[in-house]
Design a protein around this ligand. Sequence first.
Ligand code: ADP
Ligand code: MG
Length: 383
Amino acid sequence: MANVSLNQIRKTYPNGFEAVHGIDLEVKDGEFMVFVGPSGCAKSTILRMIAGLEKISSGDLHIGETLVNKLAPKERGIAMVFQNYALYPHMKVYDNMALGLKMAHIPKSEIEERVKHAARLLEMEDLLDRYPKQLSGGQAQRVAVGRCIVKRPGVFLFDEPLSNLDAKLRASMRVRITELHRELRKSGQPSTAIYVTHDQVEAMTMGERICVLKDGTIQQVDVPTTLYERPVNAFVAGFIGSPEMNIRPATVVANDGKISLLLGESTLIDVPAFYAEKLSGHVGREVKFGIRPESIGTPQSAALRNDEDTVLSQVTGTIRLLEHMGNEVYVYFDLEGHSFTARLMADDARMLDESMRFKPFTFSFIMNKAHVFDGETGMNLTL
Ligand code: ADP
Ligand code: MG
């Protein structure tokens, strides 16, 4: 069993800075967990505490049944892939992969078997005789992953392993690492993985579950679709998704008992009945209104999504810019002094062209997909 449990884990650096504020997290045996958050939110600090490279200030860390707070890195059954690969330049790939096993006094024949097996999994059998300087960035990264696989660790730790690669290679390595994790699980080799990234696309595509961090605290831990559809607060809502959710100030108002949102001076937005109930305690207060770009359409395109829950609210904005992506068009428009982004299918945007810039245009907000966040705490009021 290689589940990883963090119980009230805290980190205060020697200079007195508290980087991690007492976090609880259970990474399940065999799970692929992603830590995501902006630079400086303590992703690396937490990973390094799990690895044993950084002292835990307080709290309990278990790997399987064992309390590992005081165990050295090599006694924890983990292997770590770093951003800069950390290969030995004077050793061939084979020896780079074999080194850890040699030091653990594993018999030569078994070392050979494990290295060849890992090389096969990573499709790098033809690289074993090369030196690191003869490898491309992607190949070097594969060797770094291979070096971990041969150790048969209970837990793999990855700290932004793809951030030195170009976009195309990053996308293919992303798929390879995900597939590899699935293959190891199928082959019966335990392979709990914790993968750190600041890139929400990597997080969404790779994570079986994602832990969103901010300033050394956990914001939300869940499967990707739930994070996307039911973010607990404005931070998670804004961090996950691209282009990002439009989050703008609004006021909760009541007219003849009917609750709506007032954007700016005069734009009233109808809300679904079930939101209205949740917002009734907030009348007169400033909140944050959140809507994803794909939940804004033209009245025609939005009406096509007419499942029975669909609640549309029409607003008139001024188109500022159209960005053609091929299959989609991003429409940047101003509404009551705030900038919004809509993401339309190319077919639905056919009537939009450059001549419409700086002219009023009616958009439909798909309100059952919208969110309202508390103006002060940022908590999602519509869950
Ligand atoms: P991330 O990996 O999410 O970018 P880090 O874990 O590297 O974040 O850092 C978290 C916070 O802890 C940052 O504010 C960083 O400046 C601080 N920090 C990191 N290492 C040290 C250290 N050795 N001493 C003091 N503060 C540190
Ligand atoms: Mg880091």
